[in-house]
Design a protein around this ligand. Structure first.
Ligand code: C2E
Ligand code: CA
Ligand code: CA
Ligand code: CA
Length: 278
């Protein structure tokens, strides 16, 4: 248990030196995890607010650790970002989720996927070609893929990020700003960034019916996004009442436990089959 704690908190300890022993354990373990294919992908559906029709899935990474069990991304994504492993990790997630997407396509289901992209990828001018190669390798059109990026990733180097995002967009890949409103405010960047979609963070949607400021922020973000002709996804929608309230505000897409939690691929397929039959 002591080991578990040490490893578990290693990535979060504020100000922890990257070279500390615990951090190095996570990093070398993670390198092995990528090589040995220990990372597993779960899929969380998104639906049209008005019709309830499933319109895609977000890919969320977990680590099936041989000793520690199934670890959530908060346990290893920060270490991956700090150590430079986020690029191979992102490649892994893209590779495996596009393979899954192709498999579903062959079975008659077209499920567009959204993949979270680490900050460093947006500063790598070769990243767009890497994504394009993976799409080709899995025989998928670029419009099945949305890349979710965060504000902080853009702000680290806005010029480089704009160039990379511009190339991705030229390739026909959709772009989404994740967790909007939680980082540095980037309203100015929203204007110049070539994105298609805004995701309203769970911290706003979860409390929107009980906390008037969360409600006001959600309404404002929806207005801002729609004025910029962005599609809006509300994440963390946990109950019917919030779904109804978001529909009344003109939100486009919902995602959250109200629809389904993230599921392993076979359970996702079963869930989808059930839903289409009823
Ligand atoms: P995120 O991109 O904001 O993903 C949404 C998180 O909210 C997920 O947590 C999801 O399981 C959770 N969630 C979804 N619906 C609800 C709901 O109704 N209520 C509540 N309370 N939570 C909900 P998860 O899977 O633990 O992922 C956490 C974060 O880790 C993600 O936040 C994302 O930033 C990062 N992450 C996950 N997979 C990847 C990946 O493959 N690459 C990168 N770079 N980051 C990833
Ligand atoms: Ca996301
Ligand atoms: Ca998010
Ligand atoms: Ca979030």
């Amino acid at each position: 248990a002591a080991k578990r704690n040490r490893l578990g908190t290693a990535a979060y300890e504020p100000g922890l030196d990257v070279h500390s022993a615990a951090q190095l354990t996570v990093v070398s373990d993670l390198r092995r995890a990528i090589d040995q294919q220990e990372l597993v992908l779960h899929y969380q559906p998104k639906a049209d607010v008005r019709t309830g029709t499933v319109c895609g899935a977000e890919v969320l990474c977990r680590w099936q650790h041989p000793r520690l069990g199934l670890l959530g991304p908060d346990r290893f994504i920060p270490a991956a970002e700090e150590s430079g492993l986020i690029e191979p990790l992102t490649q892994y997630v893209l590779d495996h989720s596009l393979a899954q997407c192709q498999q579903w396509h062959a079975a008659g289901w077209d499920v567009p996927i959204s993949v979270n992209v680490g900050a460093q990828c947006l500063h790598d001018l070769t990243f767009p070609d890497q994504v394009s190669d993976l799409l080709k390798r899995h025989g998928r059109q670029p419009d099945v893929l949305t890349l979710e990026i965060t504000e902080s990733a853009i702000i680290a180097d806005p010029r480089r990020a704009t160039e990379v995002l511009g190339r991705l967009r030229e390739l026909g890949i959709r772009l989404s700003i994740d967790d909007f409103g939680t980082g540095y405010s980037s309203i100015a960047y929203l204007r110049t960034m070539p994105v298609h979609e805004m995701k309203i963070d769970r911290s706003f949607t979860t409390n929107m019916r009980t906390d008037s400021s969360s409600g006001a922020i959600t309404r404002s973000l929806l207005g801002l996004a729609h004025n910029l002709e962005l599609e809006v996804v509300a994440e963390g929608v946990e109950d019917e009442e919030t779904w109804t309230a978001l529909a009344a505000l003109g939100c486009d897409i919902v995602q959250g436990y109200c629809l389904s939690k993230p599921l392993p691929p076979d359970e996702f397929a079963a869930w989808l089959r059930d839903r289409m039959l009823t």
